[in-house]
Design a protein. Structure first.
Length: 144
């Protein structure tokens, strides 16, 4: 998955949730996203905390744009903001990961990384500063 014939495309976005996500609904979202993304050849990261999402989507340009268009019309998202959009030299994340704060009661969960683990796993990637900033702001909101 590291080499794409037309180049790897990436979109990074953040959004504010419109509806409250319970732990159960987040886990359901993770399971559905894994199935869909595996079929579409999309990898990346999804972080949730403090009522906000941040996601990195990677894959062929058409698949990534199509998924982002679906997300943009999802009524659970508000204040959707693209943070990055374009071709990248390679996939930064070869597997799908999800993280959220506070930790789920069902921990451990396959593919789940705690927010600090996710930031460490992204070391050396172009999006690590964004993930670090997002994680720090989530923990500030959770602690408040």
């Amino acid at each position: 998955m590291n080499s794409e014939p037309a180049g790897c495309y990436s979109i990074v976005y953040s959004s504010t949730v419109i509806v409250d996500f319970t732990e159960e609904s987040l886990l359901r979202l993770l399971r559905r996203a894994r199935v869909f993304n595996a079929q579409a050849g999309i990898t990346g990261v999804l972080m949730y905390g403090g009522g906000r999402f941040m996601q990195v989507l990677e894959g062929c340009p058409a698949a990534v744009r199509c998924l982002y268009a679906r997300i943009a019309t999802d009524p659970r998202h508000g204040r959707l903001e693209k943070l990055a959009d374009g071709l990248v030299a390679r996939r930064e994340f070869t597997e799908w990961h999800m993280s959220f704060a506070p930790l789920p009661a069902g921990f451990p969960l396959p593919g789940y990384l705690t927010p600090p683990q996710l930031v460490i796993a992204s070391a050396g990637t172009l999006v690590q500063p964004l993930l670090s900033e997002f994680m720090a702001s989530c923990f500030e909101q959770v602690a408040a």
